[in-house]
Design a binder for this molecule. Structure first.
Ligand SMILES: NC(=O)c1ccc[n+]([C@@H]2O[C@H](COP(=O)([O-])OP(=O)(O)OC[C@H]3O[C@@H](n4cnc5c(N)ncnc54)[C@H](OP(=O)(O)O)[C@@H]3O)[C@@H](O)[C@H]2O)c1
Length: 348
């Protein structure tokens, strides 16, 4: 198993889910930056080996440990598929291996956060909230929060393109989210390039994390789709209780298969963070194309930051690492546009 000395700039980088919608970008971007060191992994042994990778299953931490041992010196593991629990993160961090995790489920991120002491003892760093949401949402929230001198409320908004080929695991997560109960109300929000849109509360983990990392009392994340018709249909069904069935894995599989064949909108996405403090209001927004690709780019930048060795050991969310604060600007070369939004929208 790898130890602390194989971290830093040496050692291999295992990208789990490395040929999926998010992981393929991570594999190719890190592969260009660190030639010969990147190993893609997944459950399909043939597919993984064709790409020079390994068979690995995040549902089997002991098997995962053996894969790491077989690879020799591993500096970092990038998780581009959501594991069922914190088991594989524990295996990595205990062994002094950095972890970058794109997961968006609050319960799972909490379980990995609890490994902070394990990571610190082993000299490893885990970074959570990596991607578009959570991820860029957390970074924009922090900027807006600071711009109002400490927010008492933050509203996060996402618009996803229905024409993008979302990965199966991301679609499964979205279907599971549709079945979860919501308490917050919809909100009208202006999204760059898409005008005023009705946005609906959705269980992204950022709204769970930010009250703790920024100390903001109330944070809500809302979602809409670029196709107004599809967005209205989906959230009307949810209000009527019809999306409760999407908690079932068989329904998730069938709907994921269907949405893989239906492409109504484009592949653009938009993200916005509004912070409020008394009368003060600040908003940042960004737009881009293909949120899976931008999630992969974000994960690649975070991994590179860890490999410079400047991040402190422990488990952190992206907005807690100063070296990543300018990531939205860094992504400009990949077509991501950052905007400071002025004017008040939505209800206070
Ligand atoms: N933070 C964000 O903004 C953000 C944005 C988009 C997606 N995500 C998250 O990223 C994850 C991946 O999404 P995606 O769109 O890339 O999905 P995807 O295209 O289905 O890719 C998942 C990859 O993981 C592999 N995989 C699946 N189960 C595995 C397991 N048990 N052990 C090892 N590998 C496994 C798959 O290959 P095999 O089937 O061959 O194993 C595939 O390569 C999802 O959890 C999604 O929620 C986060």
């Amino acid at each position: 198993m790898t130890t602390a000395e194989s971290r830093g700039t040496d050692g291999r980088i295992l990208v789990v889910g490395g040929y999926g919608a998010v992981g393929a970008t991570v594999t190719s971007t890190l592969g260009a930056w660190y030639p010969g060191r990147v190993v893609p992994g997944g459950r399909n042994a043939e597919r993984a080996r064709r790409l020079g990778g390994v068979r690995v299953d995040v549902a089997d931490p002991e098997g995962f440990r053996r894969v790491l041992e077989g690879l020799g010196a591993v500096a970092a593991v990038v998780l581009c598929v959501e594991p069922p629990d914190a088991g594989v993160a524990r295996v990595c961090l205990e062994g002094g291996i950095h972890v970058v995790d794109v997961s968006a489920t609050a319960r799972l991120l909490d379980a990995v956060t609890e490994l902070g002491g394990v990571a610190t003892d082993a000299g490893a760093t885990g970074v959570l909230s990596v991607g578009v949401a959570p991820g860029l949402t957390n970074l924009l929230a922090r900027r807006a929060h600071e711009a109002v001198g400490g927010a008492d409320r933050i509203d996060l908004t996402l618009l996803f393109g229905t024409g993008e080929r979302h990965g199966t695991d991301a679609l499964r997560w979205t279907m599971a989210g549709l079945a979860e109960p919501v308490r917050a109300r919809p909100l009208r929000t202006e999204l760059p390039g898409h005008g005023p849109r009705t946005t609906h509360p959705f269980p992204f983990s950022d709204q769970h994390t930010l009250p703790r990392t920024l100390g903001v009392r109330q944070v809500t994340t809302r979602l809409c789709l670029d196709s107004r018709a599809l967005s209205t249909a989906l959230f009307t069904m949810r209000r009527a209780g019809l999306t409760r069935l999407t908690a079932r894995p068989d329904v998730q599989r069938r709907l994921a298969d269907l949405s893989g064949r239906v492409h109504l909108g484009g592949d653009g996405f938009a993200v916005r963070a509004d912070a409020w403090h008394g009368d003060r209001h600040a908003a940042y927004a960004l737009t881009g194309r293909e949120q899976s690709r931008v999630t992969g780019l974000t994960a690649a930048y975070v991994t590179r930051e860890l490999l410079t060795g400047t991040a402190p050991p422990g488990v952190h969310h992206i907005e807690q690492l100063p070296g990543l604060a300018r990531l939205p600007e860094d992504l400009a070369e990949y077509g991501v546009t950052l905007l400071r939004h002025s004017g008040r929208t939505g209800r206070r």
